[in-house]
Write a protein that binds this ligand. Structure first.
Ligand code: F6P
Length: 554
């Protein structure tokens, strides 16, 4: 049983945090003009400035000691080597093998997984090239113009986020669509935009049992068969990405049209596998290779860099620092890049499905808080929405600002303004503005004294809000790959410190079970003309009210 607060390194950090709270970020910068040089790291095309944090030289040493005491490096090695790091599901977590660029064997249960990975990548590339070159034809002999990915969770968020992020590099004649929600409006509104003769459906599901995906895929197939197409044409318009050949065949997709992956690829870590097909279609096999290379470069860094030079471990330690010693409960992701607009949503699954856990690996209860709530929107939009709370609210919300020096769409002074806004926010969050400065500023602007008195506290900024800035030259396939891998390893390092399993997701099961029960109860009640009484009074009441209003409608 792990009792983190009782461990010497944790106890030392608790004491150290009390001291560190006595100083401000602004004072730290005033006292040390080497702060920026001291607290920065480089890895795989990304530069991290973490100087605007509540840390001293001693903090970095003490946090690194915690990582060492929690065996973070050894746990990384175990993951990269294919050990069973997901004990509750009895699996390895080898997403790093999917992007491995070396020639060594990587073994799971004694078998080298690399030949299988390369063979699927080759098949994916051959298929993607045929679609992109207009050689893969629909049932009426026309080229494919639209691709609809049908999946949810890890089978949707990753490919959707990445194809959005890499829009400037995508094939001009292919439109990518993503349908995930079981809300029929998602599929219906998408089908209105496409033509059955020129549309390819990708049914993406690791298990091929996910109710949302199977329902959406069935609706898509019915729609397709309602056109001039017949059953014999399904093979030209439906492919599957899955680990489950049996279920794929049962659904009616030819397994020759299936691109496989393996149970040691977690859903939220599967973008590098066949699940990346929409991305490969969009940016081409060469672009996809660059994407894998970027991630592989971050893997090498995560594996080899000592703790204090290790970017994902440093980010993880900062999250632990704020979550466990400063009481922070959420973490903001602010990409100053419109193409990264789905990145916070992607990171929500990656982080919260991984580290939203209350028990340690051995099943005992945790005694400290674990994964924070992750949220965000791209800048500068967020500045005109929730930034007020960041600057003057009562919550401590550590934030990651993500920025590229170069724009993919240079245009007037847009990018310079974007950069200036990003840097201004981190400076303002750190420095704040004292009441004295507010008074001085208002006085020099000729504001009358009574107005100054009534407004001065409203216009004061306490500052002292910590941020990280992640900077790259340009967002492209390589740097996107390394950015995603950076966060994957950050999440892993946090889990290693908290001694929790980041690779299972039992917390999603109860809702799935109950949805099936409620679905059946609702149908039965309508059929029998009875009320539902088997749940709590709130759930019964809601079911019966909905059934009554739907029957009135009918
Ligand atoms: O939400 C639970 C979950 O199992 C995720 O982990 C996964 O990414 C998603 O459902 C979709 O699962 P599948 O790819 O098997 O359809």
């Amino acid at each position: 049983m792990t009792n983190l607060p009782k461990t010497p390194k944790w106890a030392a950090l608790t004491e150290h945090a009390t001291e560190q709270k006595n100083t401000t970020l602004a004072a730290r910068f005033k006292a040390d003009d080497q702060r920026f040089e001291k607290f920065q790291l480089n890895a795989a095309g990304w530069f991290l400035d973490f100087s605007k944090n509540h840390i001293s030289d001693e903090t970095v040493v003490k946090l690194a000691e915690l990582a060492e005491a929690q065996n973070v490096s050894a746990k990384f090695n175990a993951m990269f080597e294919g050990d069973v790091v997901n004990p509750t599901e009895g699996r390895a977590a080898l997403h790093s093998a999917l992007r491995y660029q070396g020639s060594d064997a990587i073994k799971v249960d004694g078998d080298d997984v690399m030949p299988g990975i390369r063979s699927v990548l080759d098949r994916m590339a051959a298929f993607a090239n045929r679609v992109r070159d207009g050689e893969w034809l629909g049932f009426s002999g026309k080229r494919i113009t639209d691709v609809v990915n049908v999946g949810i969770g890890g089978s949707d968020l990753g490919p959707l986020m990445a194809t959005e992020a890499l829009k400037p590099f995508t094939h001009e004649a292919l439109n990518l669509h993503f349908v995930s929600n079981v809300d029929g409006s998602h599929m219906v509104s998408t089908l209105k935009k496409v033509n059955p003769e020129t549309t390819l459906f990708i049914v993406a599901s690791k298990t091929f049992t996910t109710i949302e995906t199977l329902t959406n895929a069935t609706t898509a197939k019915d729609w397709f068969l309602e056109s001039k197409a017949g059953e014999q044409d399904v093979a030209k318009h439906f492919v599957a990405l899955s680990t489950n050949a049996e279920k794929v065949a049962a659904f009616g997709i030819d397994t020759n049209n299936m691109f496989e992956f393996w149970d040691w690829v977690g859903g939220r870590y599967s973008l590098w596998s066949a699940i990346g097909m929409p991305l490969m279609l969009a940016i081409g096999p060469d672009g996809f290779t660059r994407f894998l290379e970027g991630a592989a470069a971050m893997d090498e860094h995560a594996k080899n860099a000592p703790v204090r030079e290790n970017m994902p471990v440093t980010l993880a330690l900062l999250t632990v620092w704020y979550s466990n010693f400063f009481g922070a409960t959420s973490h903001l992701i602010a990409p100053y890049d419109q193409y990264l607009h789905r990145f916070p949503a992607y990171l929500q699954q990656l982080t919260m499905e991984s580290n939203g856990k209350s028990v340690h690996v051995d099943g005992s209860s945790v005694s400290v808080s674990t994964g924070p709530v992750v949220w965000g929107e791209p800048g500068t939009n967020g500045q005109h929405a929730y930034f007020q709370l960041l600057h003057q609210g009562t919550h401590l919300i550590p934030a990651d600002f993500i920025l590229a020096a170069e724009s993919c769409n240079p245009c007037g002074n847009h990018h310079e303004l974007l950069i200036a806004n990003c840097l201004a926010q981190t400076e303002a969050l750190m420095q704040g503005k004292s009441t004295e400065d507010v008074v001085e500023e208002m006085r020099s602007a000729g504001v009358p004294n009574d107005k100054i008195e009534s407004l001065k506290t409203h216009r004061t900024f306490a500052g002292n809000r910590p941020t990280n800035t992640l900077l790259t030259q340009r967002l492209d396939a390589y740097t996107l790959g390394s950015l995603i891998a950076l966060y994957e390893h950050k999440v892993f390092a946090e889990a290693a410190i908290w001694d929790i399993n980041p690779f299972d997701q039992w917390g999603v099961e109860l809702g799935k079970q109950l949805a099936t029960t409620i679905y059946n109860d609702m149908q039965d009640a309508v059929k029998d003309g009875k009320s539902v009484t088997s749940h709590d009074s709130s759930t019964n009441g809601l079911i019966n009210r909905i059934n009554a209003s739907r029957s009135r409608l009918a």
